[in-house]
Design a protein around this ligand. Structure first.
Ligand SMILES: Nc1ncnc2c1ncn2[C@@H]1O[C@H](COP(=O)(O)OP(=O)(O)OP(=O)(O)O)[C@@H](O)[C@H]1O
Ligand SMILES: [Mg+2]
Length: 337
């Protein structure tokens, strides 16, 4: 019977390809062939394999269907939100966050998988759901997380370490588990901003046994979290984070300090939010500010508009900008690196 190579080949290739109908047909053919040859033992065995495989397939299908259905589940009641997280309302759009082209691409691919999760699940893949945003302060880590939640139209659960971390032994782990279990009940996003606060390297001497146990729980939960729950982490201290954490996140993106071109784009956009389009060279202004990040630039634009309003708009916005530039070194709050 082993000489029936075409049947054998079709059986193996359909099995590996996960082609259920072709696999079943090949098994049947083989069973028939075994009966023709009077090998009832092989025929019985093939029949048994066919039935078991069928059961396996049915389970797999249900699993895929379950996964897809989970993407459709929404929050039951706000009252169910456990301690340790708060729901953040956000209307930041992806267009309002200025990101380097490579970062934008990585994030848009990540979001594409979430949006069109069905086709990935059907292909036997899990849509990626965990992303870590890394970089110096004030360049849009928190802002990006908000924009992502808004874009995906999912509730954004901001993890509050002050509420999550307890002095009582084992309590923090319990709360962390509760937070994950709650998030899993529907399509949602868990955001661990400043994740170094809870995910510190376990080999760090300053880490207490209790906090090491919390890191372990976090690692287990991150491993286990289903694809319909987005998990975002953000940090400006990547060197402090537990080494095992990195592998848990599907994508890790760096948000560096902006380039001059990005500052120019940001200034135009930020003035635009006040319906202003100053007739000045924004490139020169960008150089004058010597800002390190978008957050500082944001404060400057607010300064300009404040100056303008203080004068009840009797001066032009260009004049207000000129005055704000003069006082900028004094007003500027430099964000420490
Ligand atoms: N990439 C960006 N595009 C547009 N606006 C930005 C960007 N980065 C920062 N901003 C502005 O600066 C403010 C602070 O940014 P954000 O809170 O996202 O920084 P962060 O990277 O999370 O910093 P930190 O590490 O200090 O938490 C935002 O509210 C926004 O106004
Ligand atoms: Mg932040």
């Amino acid at each position: 019977m082993l000489k029936d190579y075409p049947i054998l080949e079709s059986l193996l290739s359909s099995g590996f390809a996960g082609d259920r109908d072709a696999f079943r047909a090949s098994l049947e053919l083989m069973g028939k062939r075994a009966e023709e040859l009077g090998d009832s033992q092989v025929a019985t065995l093939l029949d048994k394999v066919a039935k078991t495989a069928e059961r396996g397939w049915v389970e797999d299908r249900t699993d895929a269907a379950d996964k897809k259905a989970a993407f459709g589940r929404t929050l039951g009641s706000i009252d169910d939100i456990p301690p340790g997280i708060m729901m953040l309302k956000t209307n930041v759009t992806m267009n309002e966050v200025i990101l380097p082209a490579n970062v934008k691409l990585v994030i848009s691919e990540f979001l594409e998988e979430q949006q069109y999760n069905e086709k990935y699940i059907d292909a036997g893949l899990e849509p990626r759901n965990k992303a870590m945003l890394i970089g110096p302060p004030g360049n849009g880590k928190t802002e990006s997380a908000k924009a992502i939640a808004n874009f995906m139209n999912v509730p954004l659960y901001y993890v509050r370490y002050d509420e999550l971390v307890s002095k009582q032994p084992g309590e923090t782990q319990k709360r962390l588990n509760r937070v994950f279990n709650f998030a899993k009940t529907h399509r949602s996003m868990l955001f661990f901003d400043e994740i170094d606060a809870i995910g510190k390297d376990r080999s760090d001497e300053g880490q207490t046994g209790e906090m090491k146990a919390v890191v372990s729980t976090l690692l287990v939960q991150l491993e286990d979290v289903p694809p319909h729950v987005l998990v975002l982490g953000a940090t400006n201290h990547p060197e402090m984070i537990d080494k095992a954490m990195w592998r848990r996140f599907h994508i890790r993106v760096n948000l560096p300090n902006p380039t001059i071109d990005e500052f120019v784009k940001y200034l135009a956009m930020k003035f635009g939010t006040f319906k202003l389009e100053p007739k000045i060279d924004l490139r020169i202004l960008s150089y004058q500010l010597e800002a390190e990040n978008f957050a500082e630039t944001s404060v400057f634009v607010d300064d300009c508009v404040r100056t303008w309003i203080r004068h009840d708009k009797t001066i032009t916005i260009e004049e207000a900008i000129k005055r704000a530039v003069v006082t900028w070194p004094k007003n500027r709050v430099k964000i420490a690196k």
